[in-house]
Design a protein around this ligand. Structure first.
Ligand SMILES: NC(=O)C1=CN([C@@H]2O[C@H](COP(=O)(O)OP(=O)(O)OC[C@H]3O[C@@H](n4cnc5c(N)ncnc54)[C@H](OP(=O)(O)O)[C@@H]3O)[C@@H](O)[C@H]2O)C=CC1
Ligand SMILES: C[C@H]1O[C@H](OP(=O)(O)OP(=O)(O)OC[C@H]2O[C@@H](n3cnc4c(=O)[nH]c(N)nc43)[C@H](O)[C@@H]2O)[C@@H](O)[C@@H](O)C1=O
Length: 327
């Protein structure tokens, strides 16, 4: 991307979108196109089409989505499938109509089957049933991958779908119920420390395994992918199955390549926060997928790997959260 290229970051106030903006600005990109949800509702097809027609971005990072943790996915399944299908469909089509050069669509590791072999490779997509707690969201994201692939095949576009593992970091959503596990536990341990509470309750059995990537690393991977030279970028764009007979969607996993149990995660956050009480597990809450570890060899093979050590990333996230609640 030229430093003055017009770059649209959809979802620029979110955990990932915010980090992409910081990454681009630090690298000297000056022509960023940003709209809040209130300024442009991306579920509105006409408004999205008019925005693209007026602004004609060169590159698009599609980081706007309806996002939440295991409970939010369970409580609001209609919103998770409807909003995500609408946002991605409106943006991908408007990008094609207005000749966007490259688009990076962000999906999620939950697109893979609940019991996929571990670590999960890109080729494991659509090889088995999905995890029920997030199937509506996962199906929307799978449709996004298929849409990128279809537009690439029919129209020659250059749309790539990146599938991040679970993310965390500064700018996260710390809602007590709707958030993901890391921000939820940072809040729970901090509040228990302040209140001198004897226990903190962690959902589920503590046995599921999760892989976590720091949001600034995620942003770095996104910008790295967008800036790849034609070779290897075009190699990642998938092949036409009707010609090659191969199932090769334009897909790339983004992760760190190792995981921890929720129990180990809780103990690490307990240490980072400095909470001295006990942890109890509430097995009446869902565990979700038993394990979803990404195979990141495709990403490593093109020269990118995550840099932030887990405890250092958790410490930065906690410092930001503590500053927020104290201000
Ligand atoms: N967080 C995670 O652990 C993971 C995230 N992902 C994916 O990464 C991407 C980014 O997620 P994340 O940054 O965590 O999400 P956030 O919830 O932090 O941010 C989402 C952003 O999308 C915007 N948005 C939502 N709905 C609309 C709408 N209808 N119109 C316009 N803007 C809208 C919000 O705008 P506003 O702030 O103005 O309301 C917000 O900036 C998503 O595609 C998500 O599925 C994938 C795996 C894990
Ligand atoms: C990113 C990813 O995020 C979601 O899938 P998930 O990985 O299951 O997400 P989660 O972070 O909410 O939970 C991870 C694990 O942690 C346990 N857990 C313990 N205590 C708390 C807790 O207090 N809050 C939460 N949220 N979870 C907790 C929880 O029971 C589960 O076993 C989907 O949105 C999915 O669609 C998606 O893309």
């Amino acid at each position: 991307m030229d430093k003055n290229a017009k770059i649209y970051v959809a979802g620029h106030r979110g955990l990932v979108g915010g980090a992409i903006v910081r990454n681009l600005q630090a690298a000297g990109y000056t022509n960023l196109l940003l709209r809040t949800h209130a300024e442009l509702d991306l579920t509105n097809q006409a408004a999205t089409a008019a925005f693209f027609e007026a602004e004609k971005p060169d590159y698009v990072f599609l980081a706007a989505a309806k996002v939440g943790g295991i409970l939010a996915n369970n409580i609001y399944p209609a919103e998770f499938i409807r909003d995500n299908l609408a946002i991605q469909s409106n943006i991908i089509h408007a990008a094609y109509v207005n000749q966007v050069k490259r688009l990076l669509f962000l999906g999620s590791s939950c697109i893979y089957p609940k019991l996929a072999p571990q670590p999960m490779k890109e080729e494991h997509l659509l090889t088995g049933p999905l995890e029920p707690t997030n199937r509506p969201y996962a199906l929307a994201k799978i449709a996004g991958v298929e849409m990128c692939w279809s537009y690439n095949r029919q129209y020659g576009t250059q749309y790539l779908a990146a599938m991040p593992t679970n993310l965390y970091g500064p700018g996260d959503n710390y809602h007590p119920d709707n958030s993901h596990v890391i921000p939820a536990l940072i809040r729970k341990f901090h509040e228990a420390k302040v209140a001198n509470a004897p226990t903190v309750t962690v959902w589920g059995t503590g046995t599921p395994r999760r892989e976590f990537l720091y949001n600034e690393d995620m942003a770095d991977a996104c910008v790295y992918l967008m800036n790849l030279p034609d070779e290897p970028y075009t190699r990642l764009l998938g092949s036409d199955e009707s010609k090659t007979g191969k199932f090769e969607p334009p897909l790339i996993n983004i992760g760190v390549g190792h995981d921890v149990t929720i129990k180990e995660l809780a103990e690490t956050i307990q240490r980072v926060v400095g909470y001295t009480g006990d942890i109890v597990f509430d097995a009446s809450k869902p565990d979700g997928t038993p394990r979803k570890l990404m195979d990141v060899s495709r990403l490593n093979g093109i020269g990118w790997s995550a840099q932030t050590a887990f405890e250092a990333g958790l410490t930065s996230a906690y410092i930001e959260f503590a500053a927020q609640v104290e201000s």
